[in-house]
Design a protein around this ligand. Sequence first.
Ligand code: ADP
Ligand code: 5GP
Length: 382
Amino acid sequence: MGEAPAFIADDLHTSFSNGLHLKLNEFETATVIGNKTYVIGGINDPTSTGVRIFNKSTGNWVIPTILGTKPKAFKGHSTILLNKDRILIIKTNSKSNDSIWFLEVDTQFVEDQKKKFETEVVAWSKGVIGDAERPIVISGPSGVGKGTLINMLMKEFPSMFGFSVSHTTRAPREKEENGVHYHFTNRSVMEEEIKAGKFLEFAAVHGNLYGTSVEAVEVVADAGKRCILDIDVQGARSVRASSLEAIFVFICPPSFEELEKRLRERGTETEEQIQKRLRNAKAELEQGKSSGLFDHVLVNDDLEACYERLKKILGLDGSSDATLKTQTEVFDLPMDFSLSKINEKILINSGIDERRIVLDLSSMKGGAPGRTRGLCMYTTGN
Ligand code: ADP
Ligand code: 5GP
C-alpha cells in the first residue's frame, strides 16, 4: 500500500504531499510521479486534450502528445499509480466493460514514441476483462494462399475470428470492398495518419504502402474475437516488437514455379505487377524461413492438408480447449469510490455497502498500442 499519490480535487485547490499546490478543475485528478504531476480530466470537453502535465522542476505546464483511442466523455473517475509507468483510471457510475482505462506514461512504447516525437508523450489503452486468445499474424509471398486459408478459418469459425482490415494505397481489385478487404486510401492521407501514431505497423510492399491501424486490431478485440492479420514480413517484424503478443505463421509455396502459376491463375495483377511480386517473393521466402521470426512455417501444397495443420497450430483440431476465455459478467461501478492497491489487486471501496469490487491485475498483458488484456474483476463480501 501507500504507492498511490493520487488526489481527487474536491475543492479547486489541491495541495500535495510534495508541497505542490495546484488549481484543478471539477472532475480532474492529479497523479504525482517524481517531478511530474499528470492531471487527467476535462475529457467530456471536446476542446480539451484530457491530459496535462505539470513539471515541478521547470514550473511549466506541458500538453503531451496523446496516442491511442481516448475514452469517451466521462465525468467522475479515480486514479491509482501502477509501477510508475502507467496510471489506472476507473470511471465512476459506469459498466465494467467500459470503466477501466490505463494512461501509459513511461512504458517501453511511450519511451520509443517520446524519442520519435521529441515531446512528452502519453498513451491511452483500454482495459479488457478476460483473455481473448492471442492474435495470429499470417505472412508469406503474394499468391501463396494466405487469403484462401484465412477465408476458410473465418467461414468455419465465424464467431471466433475477426480479420484486421489493413489500410493500403494500392487500387482495389474487382471484387474488393472498401472497409472489408482493405481501407483503401491515398499516400498523403496515410502518411499523415502514420505521423499521428495511428498505426501499429506499416511497410512499403510491392511499391505501395500497407499498414495495420491500432483501431483495426481494437475493433476485433472489442468484439471478443481473435484477430487475424495478413501482413508482410516487415510488418510481422514490427508486430513482434510491439505488445501484441501474437502467434506468427509463415506460409510457403511447394515450389517457386507453383507460386508463379497461382499468382498468374488468380488473374488479379498485370504482368508487370506479377514480375514485381515474384522478384520480392525470393527475399520474402528467405527471410520467412530463416529469420526465426515465425513460430510456425507451413507449406501450402495440398490446401486441405495445410488448413488442417493451421487449425492444429491454433488449437482448433479438438486437441485443446479452443473456447474463448472471456469473462462475460458485467459489474456496475458505483457513483463514488476510493481505490487502494494490495500487491496486484486493486480494491474498489464504495463505502455504501459491504460489497467490495476487486480488480485483479496479476495476469495483465498487452497495452498501448492496443488494449490492456487479461484483467479479472470479482466481488467480495455481501
Ligand atoms: P495470397 O493471399 O497469399 O496472395 P491467395 O489466397 O489469393 O494468395 O491465393 C492465390 C491463388 O492460389 C488463388 O487463386 C487460390 O485459389 C490459389 N490457391 C491457394 N492455395 C492453393 C493450393 N494449396 N493449391 C492450389 N491453389 C491454391
Ligand atoms: P495484396 O496487395 O496482395 O493484398 O497484399 C500484398 C502484400 O501486402 C501481402 O504480402 C500482404 O500480406 C501484405 N499486407 C497486407 N496488409 C498489410 C499490412 O497492413 N501491413 C503490412 N506490413 N503488410 C500488409
